[in-house]
Design a protein around this ligand. Structure first.
Ligand code: HEC
Length: 480
C-alpha cells in the first residue's frame, strides 16, 4: 500500500491548499490495519480521495461527548422530535465542512473533537464496501417501494459509523487485523448488559442511484460518487442472481435515508436502544413552510452541504409493541398511516413528510426498509450464529405473512418481542451482538472468508440453522 501513501499524500497537500478544507492522505492510514474497501476503479484510472476505514478503536470506554450527555437527558417518549434532531445534529457536528460534499463524513477529519469509527470486515464479498465512501450494497429497493411512480428497481448503498463508546465495543470484537473476531466481550455482556456502553450512537446513510424522475422527494439531491454495480444503476431486476464478477463503475448516487441508534438505558423495552430514521425531502425543503427546526443545523453551511438538512425525521422507536398484532402491511406507500395504538413508536405527523409505508402495523421503518419488518424487529436478530432469519417469512422459518386485518400468529410475533439488555433473539442458542447488524455481518463475512481461503469450518456454523440465510437488509422480496 506504499504507493497510496505517496500518491495521496501529495494529493492531500494540493487539496488542502485549493479548498482550505481537509482531504485524505497517508496521515489517515499510519497503521495498515483492516482492508478499507473491496471494489474501486484501478489506481491508475482514478486520482483523488479514497475511503479509509476509521479503525483506531479506543481501548477504554471514552467519556461521553457533551452533546450525547445532553441527548440522554431529553425524554424520547414525550419529546421524540427534539431527541431525534439532537441525535442527527450530533452526527453532523464536525463531519460537514461546507465545501464539496464528497469531503463530508471523512470521520478522521471530524472538527468537533468527536471520534467516529467504522466496522471492519465489510469490505468482503459481493456486497462489500466500495472505495469512494465505503458504501456496502444493502437491501433491494423494489419498484414502488419508495413511491407509486417508481417503476425501476434498484439497491440501497450504505455506510454506517459508531461514536467513541460504540467504537470501544467494535474494537473488543475486532482487536487486531491479524486475528479473527473475539466474542468474549459480547458473551460477558449477555450477563451484565451493555455490550455497547451507554451513550453509544450509531449513524448510517443510505444512498440510491434512483433519482427525482422515479422518486419525486429526491429532488435537489445530495450526491456522492460511488463505485456500484452497473445493473443497480440501470435496473436491478436485470442483475444476475450471483453477483460475483458483475461489472461495476463510477455512478452518482443520491442520499435517501439516514438511520440512527442510541444506547439509552431508559429504553428498557428495547434492550436499551432507541432507533430513529430520516427520509430525504428535497422538494419540501424549498417551500415556505419547511420547518426551521429541520434546517437549523445547516444554517451556517454554504453550498451543497446544506442539503444534509433535507433529512426529515420519520420517527422514533423505543420498543416493539409486542401486543399490537392486528396486521397491517403497506407495500406501496400512498399515505403515511400512523397507528395511534402503538405505544413504543412515534411517527412525525408533519404533512410535508413524503408518504411512508413504515413497518408492520406502522411500527417505525425507513423508506428503504421491508414493510413487513421494523427497525427493532430486524435488528433484534443480530446474533452469532444467525439461528433465526432477519424476517419471519424468510427460510428456514417460512412463517406465512398475515393478511391485513387478521391477527398475526404467535410465530410471527416472535419477531415483535421486546428484549432485556443482553438477551439474544434465540437465547441459549446464540451470542447476542446487541442489535448490531454490522458486527453480525462482519463475523459472518470473516467465517465465509476462512471457509473460502482455508477450506476450514467452525463449530458455530453448525449451531441452529446458521448459514441458511445470510444477514442482509431487507433481503429478497416479501413472500406473500
Ligand atoms: C430487515 C432488516 C433491517 C431493518 C428493517 C432495518 N435494518 Fe438497520 N441494518 C440492517 C442490516 C443487515 C445492517 C448492517 C449491514 C449493512 O449495513 O448492510 C443494518 C445496519 C444499521 C445501522 C448501522 C449499525 C448496525 O447495526 O450495524 C443502523 C444505525 C441501522 N441499521 C438502523 C436502522 C433503523 C433506524 C431502522 C429502522 C428505520 C433499521 N435499521 C431497519 C438490517 C435492517
Amino acid at each position: 500500500m506504499a504507493w497510496r501513501a505517496t500518491r495521496y499524500g501529495v494529493a492531500a497537500i494540493f487539496t488542502v491548499a485549493a479548498t482550505g478544507a481537509f482531504a485524505q492522505g497517508y496521515l489517515l492510514e499510519h497503521r495498515i490495519g483492516f482492508p478499507d474497501f473491496g471494489f474501486m476503479e484501478a489506481p491508475g484510472d482514478y486520482e483523488g480521495p479514497v475511503f479509509v476505514l476509521s479503525d483506531d478503536f479506543p481501548a477504554r470506554i471514552p467519556e461521553l461527548d457533551a452533546p450525547v450527555a445532553d441527548i440522554l437527558k431529553i425524554d424520547f417518549k414525550t419529546d421524540p422530535m427534539r431527541y431525534v434532531l439532537a441525535v442527527r445534529d450530533y452526527v453532523f457536528a464536525g463531519n460537514i465542512h461546507g465545501g464539496a460534499v464528497s469531503e463530508d463524513f471523512i470521520l478522521q477529519n471530524n472538527t468537533a473533537g468527536h471520534d467516529w469509527y467504522h466496522v471492519p470486515w465489510q469490505h468482503w464479498g459481493t456486497t462489500g464496501r466500495e472505495g469512494y465512501h465505503g458504501l456496502t450494497r444493502e437491501g433491494p429497493l423494489a419498484a414502488q417501494v419508495l413511491h407509486p411512480d417508481q417503476d425501476r428497481s434498484s439497491y440501497a448503498y450504505a455506510v454506517g459509523f459508531y461514536n467513541g463508546p460504540g467504537g470501544f465495543t467494535v474494537g473488543q470484537v475486532w482487536p487486531s487485523p491479524d486475528q479473527g473476531p473475539d466474542l468474549t466481550h459480547m458473551i460477558d455482556a449477555m450477563e451484565e448488559g451493555f455490550a455497547f456502553p451507554e451513550g453509544t450512537v450509531v449513524g448510517k446513510f443510505l444512498f440510491t442511484s434512483l433519482g427525482p424522475d422515479q422518486v419525486p422527494w429526491l429532488a435537489d439531491p445530495l450526491q456522492w460518487q460511488a463505485y456500484i454495480y452497473d445493473c443497480d444503476a440501470t435496473d436491478s431486476s436485470q442483475c444476475p442472481q450471483d453477483m460475483t464478477g458483475a461489472p461495476r463503475s463510477t455512478h452518482m448516487v443520491n442520499l435517501l435515508q439516514m438511520d440512527v441508534m442510541v444506547k439509552d438505558s431508559r429504553a428498557e423495552e428495547a434492550a436499551g436502544w432507541v432507533f430513529g430514521t430520516f427520509a430525504y425531502n428535497g422538494g419540501a425543503s424549498q417551500s415556505e413552510e419547511w420547518g426551521d427546526e429541520y434546517a437549523a443545523a445547516c444554517a451556517d453551511i454554504e453550498g451543497p452541504g446544506k442539503n444534509w438538512c433535507n433529512l426529515m425525521p420519520v420517527g422514533v422507536q423505543w420498543g416493539n409493541d409486542p401486543d399490537n398484532r392486528t396486521a397491517f402491511i403497506d407495500d406501496k406507500p400512498t399515505e403515511t398511516r400512523i397507528n395511534t395504538d402503538l405505544k413504543e413508536t412515534w411517527i412525525n405527523d408533519d404533512p410535508a413528510l413524503p408518504a411512508m409505508h413504515l413497518g408492520f402495523n406502522s411500527r417505525l421503518n425507513g423508506p428503504a426498509d421491508n414493510p413487513t419488518s421494523s427497525c427493532m424487529s430486524c435488528h433484534a436478530t443480530g446474533q452469532v450464529a444467525s439461528v433465526s432469519p432477519i424476517m419471519p417469512w424468510l427460510p428456514p422459518s417460512n412463517i406465512p405473512r398475515p393478511e391485513n386485518g387478521t391477527e398475526a400468529s404467535e410465530d410471527w410475533m416472535r419477531w415483535f418481542r421486546n428484549f432485556a439488555d443482553g438477551e439474544a433473539f434465540d437465547q441459549g442458542e446464540a451470542i447476542s451482538m446487541d442489535f448490531s447488524m454490522q458486527l453480525t455481518k462482519s463475523v459472518e463475512n470473516y467465517i465465509e472468508y476462512i471457509n473460502a481461503t482455508q477450506k476450514g469450518h467452525f463449530a458455530l456454523e453448525y449451531w441452529g440453522n446458521a448459514g441458511a440465510h445470510p444477514v442482509s437488509r431487507g433481503a429478497l422480496e416479501s413472500s406473500d
